[in-house]
Design a protein around this ligand. Structure first.
Ligand code: SAH
Length: 251
């Protein structure tokens, strides 16, 4: 999957390409991450990519012409058959809040073009004429869209086959599975008086599975009961949840 990010600060993406899971995915050719410096598409010789607001007001606004030119250049490189299926996402606190459904939608695309706003934001004509999706990473305001773009790229990349090992690795994660995940433990078996639950060391896989499922249900009920409305629950899950006081209707 190919990600192209339009930004005034391309260097900020370097750490993504160099480290850990995504760094390896890029080196292995599973995903590609191209940063496009919007300033290079400025039409004046000073490389002006932002300007004062019409009507007055604090903060600079990113100009439309360099952003349109940069998107055109990126799209020219995308095979025609893939072009319309490639979302052009603007990072924005005004957008739809990123969730698993949106991550799945993006992950099924051949690639993504992400536009990072900065300063006061972007000229409205970028929204009108260029953007297919406006995406927020939460109800707060960042100084720029770079971190938001990194969050989107990270979350989407996990669903590109082999980026995090087998599909099973992501299916059992919190939220993705519809529930919160069970607790995880590694060595040592005892640490500062806190022991790993005996069942996890029993070697009895049926018992381990049951314990994990129940922990996951109990934790979801306690911390994110809203998830239970849509989680894929079996009958025995419902019976167990009811025993904990859950008032959802057994079906
Ligand atoms: N004045 C704008 C906010 C500008 S913040 C407004 O009120 O809507 C500067 C840039 O940071 C934005 O253009 C956007 O690209 C990015 N940004 C800020 N908060 C964000 C959020 N919650 N999610 C995604 N991007 C965000």
């Amino acid at each position: 999957m190919r990600f192209a990010v339009l930004t005034l600060f391309p260097d900020t993406f370097r750490f993504m390409a160099d480290y850990s899971v995504l760094g390896r995915a890029i080196r292995n050719g599973l995903i590609s991450l191209e940063t496009v410096d919007v300033r290079e598409f400025a039409t004046d010789r000073h490389g002006t990519a932002d300007d004062y607001q019409f009507g007055g007001g604090p903060g600079m606004v990113m100009k439309p012409d360099p952003v349109f030119a940069a998107v055109d250049a990126v799209r020219a490189d995308i095979p025609a058959a893939e072009r319309t299926a490639t979302p052009v996402a603007l990072t924005s606190p005004q957008g739809a809040i990123l969730n698993q459904d949106l991550v799945n939608e993006f992950a099924s695309a051949p690639g993504m073009i992400l536009v990072c706003g900065h300063y006061a934001g972007v000229d409205e004509r970028i929204r009108e004429g260029l953007i297919t999706h406006e995406v927020s990473i939460g109800d707060y305001v960042l100084t720029g869209g770079e971190l938001a773009a990194m969050v989107i790229i990270d979350a989407v990349s996990r669903f590109v086959p082999e980026v995090v090992g087998s599909a099973e690795n992501v299916e059992h994660d919190s939220i993705t599975s519809g529930l919160l995940q069970h607790p995880l433990y590694t060595r040592p078996p005892e640490f500062r008086g806190m022991a790993v639950p005996e069942v996890l060391r029993s070697g009895n896989h049926a018992d381990i599975e049951r314990w994990r499922r129940r922990q996951s249900l109990e934790r979801t009920l306690r911390l994110r009961p809203d998830l239970l409305d849509t989680a894929p629950l079996t009958n025995s899950d419902r019976v167990f949840l009811a025993s904990l006081g859950w008032s959802g209707t057994p079906d």
